[in-house]
Design a protein around this ligand. Structure first.
Ligand SMILES: Cc1cc2nc3c(=O)[nH]c(=O)nc-3n(C[C@H](O)[C@H](O)[C@H](O)COP(=O)(O)OP(=O)(O)OC[C@H]3O[C@@H](n4cnc5c(N)ncnc54)[C@H](O)[C@@H]3O)c2cc1C
Length: 316
């Protein structure tokens, strides 16, 4: 059986977990098996999971699962998988998934493959390596295999499955070694890891006072905002926006890069974007080599024009 850990926020299933479920449902079909979702926590809405590919849902609640902890979640996942004869555990490569997957793999004595972008067959996968600069095909052995799927790498499909729910009550309190005391969330913004469109800017914008046009363009397009490393190092923008090798890896449908040179460390986090549009005064900027569309020009002239046109299109 293929198990998929699904994550939720305020009860709603995360987009990247829907992708992981599609991956799990396809893997189950390819291996002649069935796909079960593991939903953790009282407030998770399990009603739609059949539509995302789950034949069955294990809804796990109990002591130690009131809030997220890597140890508590990994124990809950490992218990459900070993009690029900699981062969595969699919987890999104989100922050949560990345911290749960290795722990669950150890508990299950399983093979672990991270950064997976495509399924080849039940025993081998395609994954990123060298900071997303290359792909490798990896074979997996053993009775149980744990796989983390890179967010935005797998298309969500809709299914018409039963998604029948079995409630599982457990106590994983002794596995909880770290606990979040409080969480400060950025409100009213599109989370960068889930954004389909991203407007990003770099040192070419000269200073934090010039980000108004970037934020406005993002707002009109319904995009998230991102930035290069030096920009967040200088506190022009928050660190949560820093993309690249040492920041967040994203794969939106459209990545607009304004005044960013396109250093290899930046590209490591954004080069998998479906379409890349670069605006830079320097025609030799390395980013143009990775771009689908390039505009050689001054951001302070180009962005206001783009913004005006986007507003016109939106109004019509
Ligand atoms: C170990 C390591 C890890 C790193 N990790 C990351 C990472 O995760 N993410 C990351 O981003 N960087 C990372 N870096 C830094 C990286 O090497 C680059 O220094 C950085 O990406 C450059 O940022 P930038 O493009 O904003 O600035 P710059 O290199 O200064 O480029 C600014 C660009 O703006 C253009 N420009 C200037 N004026 C205008 C204008 N008016 N209109 C339009 N264009 C204009 C310039 O032509 C130039 O191309 C890392 C470096 C190291 C050593």
């Amino acid at each position: 059986m293929v198990f998929v850990l699904v994550e939720s926020e305020e009860g709603k299933i995360k987009k990247y977990s829907q992708e992981a479920l599609t991956y799990g449902a396809d893997l189950a079909a390819a291996t002649g098996s069935s796909c079960a979702a593991i939903a953790i926590g009282e407030d998770t809405d399990t009603s739609d999971l059949g539509n995302y590919g789950a034949d069955k849902v294990y809804h796990v609640t109990g002591s130690g699962l009131e809030a997220f902890s890597p140890g508590g979640y990994a124990t809950a996942v490992a218990d459900v998988v070993s009690n029900n004869g699981g062969n595969y555990v699919i987890v999104s490569g989100s922050y949560t998934g990345k911290s749960v997957a290795p722990k669950a793999a150890v508990k299950l004595n399983a093979a672990l493959a991270t950064g997976v972008v495509a399924m080849t067959d039940g025993n081998s996968i395609r994954k990123t390596c060298f900071s997303n600069k290359a792909f490798s095909k990896v074979s997996m052995s053993g009775d149980v295999k744990v796989i983390t799927v890179v967010p935005n790498s797998y298309e969500i499909k809709s299914y018409d499955k039963a998604g029948s729910v079995e409630s599982v009550s457990t106590d994983v309190g002794s596995s909880v070694k770290t606990k979040s005391i409080s969480i400060d969330k950025v409100k009213g913004k599109i989370p960068l890891t889930e954004a389909e469109l991203v407007v990003s800017a770099g040192r070419g914008l000269k200073g934090p006072e010039n980000w108004g046009m970037i934020e406005e363009l993002a707002d009109v397009l319904g995009a998230a905002t991102a930035c290069s490393k030096p920009v967040s190092d200088m506190d022009w923008r928050p660190h949560s926006e820093h993309v690249g090798q040492t920041g967040i890896t994203i794969k939106p449908n459209l990545y607009i890069a304004v005044g960013i040179s396109g250093a290899i460390q930046h590209l490591a986090g954004v080069s998998s974007s479906k379409v890349i549009c670069v605006i830079n005064t320097d025609p030799e900027a390395p980013f143009f080599k990775a771009a689908d569309y390039g505009i050689v020009g001054d951001a302070f002239e180009i962005v206001p024009k783009l913004l005006a046109r986007a507003k016109e299109l939106k109004a019509s």
